[in-house]
Write a protein that binds this ligand. Structure first.
Ligand code: TMP
Length: 241
């Protein structure tokens, strides 16, 4: 497929238009950033791995009745998706305390939460993606209360299916981030990606707190062996399909 003018370039992906204005082409990059792009690097092979993992998970979720923007992958790091208007909110679901939840609340890393926690962060790099309350979401007119109810219900369903799936991979799904978009028919679709960049994934076959990390925390915290961790996630995901 010939790639013409970029529609948008993000930190990890580039979006291109296609001949069909209801379809976009996403090219996944090897570039990695953390801490709002203050830390930059490359994870060799990441683009193809994250595209392959996202495709597998989106197809699994579609089979479970979750509507996604996924169409197909013309090559390992390219995905055709339905054009959507991205809702500017990052929906984070947490099963186990880690990351900013521990930093902001003092909870110990690894604490099992009594029930999954759904949080909303404003997708705005200039503001540092702040945590939003429900009322702030309405104040900013990002979603209606009906749409927020759908986002919460769908996020919890996705969490249920992903937890089941990753358990079969001997991986614990600690937390993850979702993005949603609205299509031409005004339907809310799961969009963006679900990958080791956007999830915390702990290897159930390892007990050491550093050795078990199979996600972007290896890059964020300079734990080393980033590429091999991403490759292992891909192998396990593909092996249980
Ligand atoms: P956090 O603990 O840093 O708030 O991250 C929660 C989850 O969201 C974690 O699985 C990583 C993911 N995430 C992203 O996908 N993009 C981001 O920009 C951030 C900060 C987190």
């Amino acid at each position: 497929m010939s790639l013409n003018t970029k529609l948008y370039e993000g930190k990890a992906k580039i979006l291109y238009p296609t001949e069909d204005n209801e379809v976009l082409l996403t090219v996944y990059k090897d570039d990695a950033t953390a801490f709002n792009a203050q830390k930059k690097g490359q994870i060799h092979g990441k683009g193809a791995i994250n595209c392959t993992i996202t495709a597998a998970l989106f197809q699994m979720l579609e089979q479970e009745g979750i509507a996604t923007h996924y169409i197909d992958c013309p090559s390992p790091n390219q995905m055709r998706v339905k054009a959507v208007k991205i809702i500017p909110v990052e929906v984070v679901v947490r099963n186990i305390a880690a990351g900013s939840l521990c930093r902001q609340t003092g909870l110990s890393e690894g604490k099992l939460l009594p029930k999954p926690l759904v949080e909303y962060y404003l997708k705005d790099d200039d503001l540092g993606d702040p945590l939003l309350t429900r009322d702030r979401l309405f104040l900013l007119e990002i979603v209606t209360s009906e749409q927020l109810q759908i986002l919460e219900e769908v996020a919890l369903k996705i969490n249920h299916h992903l937890q089941e799936f990753f358990t079969r991979c001997n991986i614990t799904l600690v937390d993850f981030k979702l993005e949603f978009g609205i299509d031409a028919q005004n339907q809310i679709l799961l969009a963006d990606e679900i990958s080791p960049d956007t999830c915390r994934l702990w290897d159930q076959t390892e007990t050491d707190p550093e050795a078990r990390v199979m996600d972007k925390d290896r890059f964020r915290k300079d734990l080393g062996d980033v590429e091999s961790a991403y490759q292992r996630v891909q192998q396990r995901v593909l092996s249980v399909l």
